[in-house]
Design a protein around this ligand. Structure first.
Ligand code: NI
Length: 174
């Protein structure tokens, strides 16, 4: 078990597109274990690999006491919409309202590289969409209204400068 440092806004790795996982290796397996440990330690409900500096399409989540691992996830279909507050371990202290699809059909692989397809909705669907965005180099602040983005610009600048508090280990590699 190892807790990894969480990258925060200002780190270039958070703006990049991630590559698919081609096969399970001991290294990937270790990364997944560490991602769960890191997410639980930081009291997060989800964590994407780029948030620990790795550009791979891997997401871990736990919104309801059930660990979820999604490798190479894809959204096949979206319907409806929901609006709610979001936060992110890579954006300490920032919470904003974001509009997302309400119901999504997703495809992903598990740790045995077995493919799954399922339909999820509500909060679980929100967290998935948030985490999948990280795999494309997108963060939730990129999805708030221009007005709100303007209002939080100062806060974002402070974080980028390293002026923030977080209850977990962080890192910014510019
Ligand atoms: Ni996030």
């Amino acid at each position: 078990m190892a807790i990894r440092e969480i990258r925060v806004v200002g780190d270039r790795v958070l703006t990049k597109k991630c590559r698919p996982v081609e096969k399970m290796t001991p290294r990937i397996s270790e990364l997944i274990d560490d991602m769960f440990d890191t997410m639980y330690e930081a009291n997060g409900v989800g964590l994407a690999a780029p948030q620990v500096g790795i550009l791979k399409r891997i997401v871990v989540m736990d919104v309801d006491g059930t660990p979820h691992l999604l490798i190479n996830p894809e959204i096949l279909e979206t319907s409806g919409s929901q609006t709610g507050a979001e936060g992110c371990l890579s954006l300490p202290g920032i919470h904003e309202t974001v509009k997302r699809g309400d119901k999504i059909r997703v495809k992903y692989m598990d740790e045995n590289f077995v493919e799954h397809e399922e339909e999820v909705e509500g909060y679980l669907a929100r967290v998935m969409q948030h985490e999948f965005d990280h795999l494309e180099g997108t963060m939730f602040v990129d999805r708030v209204s221009p007005l709100r983005k303007n209002m939080i610009a100062g806060k974002l600048k402070s974080i980028i400068k390293g002026n923030f508090r977080a209850a977990y280990r962080t890192k910014i590699r510019r």
